[in-house]
Write a protein that binds this ligand. Structure first.
Ligand code: SAM
Length: 237
């Protein structure tokens, strides 16, 4: 299991929570820089896919500072963004003034307080690879989704074409840790984010994990030369 600090005994869940609380005030800024502002477009694609189903009630899991949840601010839809790092939610809450339909709630994605079959759509942006128990998290998401409804996951991937992969490794091994050290003031956090992205299953391998967790009809969109993927998967009826 990849943890932010292998030398510490704390569980991955505690370390991830502490790490995101620590970088919360710099998270948005560094995200934009690291993704060269592409994160906005990726979230927009998640938004468009979500709205295709005309949902009434959406859950954005591992919502962080709330940027996926807030894409729905102008829509007639109820959105709950959940995260277990309270300081990430504090930042999200500074953005909700013009979005009365969006609420944020402290929840552990791997053990949520919602009833079964509550939501019409679930979204997760760059969240699943940080779960302590991925399988437990996916089962929990399936539990709170209504039958026949969609889970949409935006997650990092590694490009398959060797030249793009080479560029990706140079960027993640050298540029990202420097940004982490100088701007986020937490080099370990950004080293973890690079390493976990490098090792997290993607493409067909992640599709298999979704299938094993009981999702069906899985579609994959490969974006930005293969550095991120969007997975769309439905809960069986
Ligand atoms: C990389 S951030 C992504 C934030 C946001 N979704 C985005 O697209 O920018 C990952 C988030 O996952 C949250 N997270 C990780 N494990 C979690 C868990 N078990 N339950 C709830 N949130 C979790 C972290 O606290 C963090 O805010």
């Amino acid at each position: 299991m990849i943890k932010p600090d292998k030398s510490k005994q704390d569980s991955k869940k505690i370390q991830i929570k502490d790490m995101f609380n620590d970088i919360s005030s710099r998270y948005d800024q560094i995200n934009k820089m690291m993704t060269l502002n592409m994160d906005k477009n990726w979230r927009k694609i998640v938004y468009n896919l979500s709205m295709q189903d005309n949902p009434n009630k959406i859950i954005d899991i591992a919502t962080g500072t709330g940027d996926i949840a807030l894409c729905f601010a102008d829509d007639d839809v109820e959105v709950i963004g959940v995260d277990n790092a309270s300081m990430m939610l504090d930042i999200a809450n500074t953005k909700v003034a013009k979005a009365p339909n969006v609420k944020f709630q402290l929840e552990d994605a791997e053990n949520m307080s919602f009833e079964d079959n509550t939501f019409d759509t679930a979204t997760v942006g760059f969240g699943v690879r940080n779960f302590e128990d991925l399988n437990q998290g996916l089962h929990e998401i399936k539990r709170v989704l209504k039958p026949g409804k969609n889970l949409i996951i935006l997650e990092t991937a590694v490009p398959s074409f060797f030249l793009f992969r080479f560029g990706y490794f140079l960027y993640t091994k050298f540029v990202v840790p420097i940004l982490g050290r100088t701007i986020a003031k937490n080099q370990k956090a950004y080293q973890y984010l690079s390493t976990s992205a490098e090792h997290f299953p993607h493409g067909k391998e992640f599709q298999l994990i979704l299938e094993k967790a009981g999702f069906e009809d899985i579609k994959i969109k490969y974006l930005s030369l293969g550095i991120v993927n969007i997975y769309q998967a439905s809960k069986p009826i």
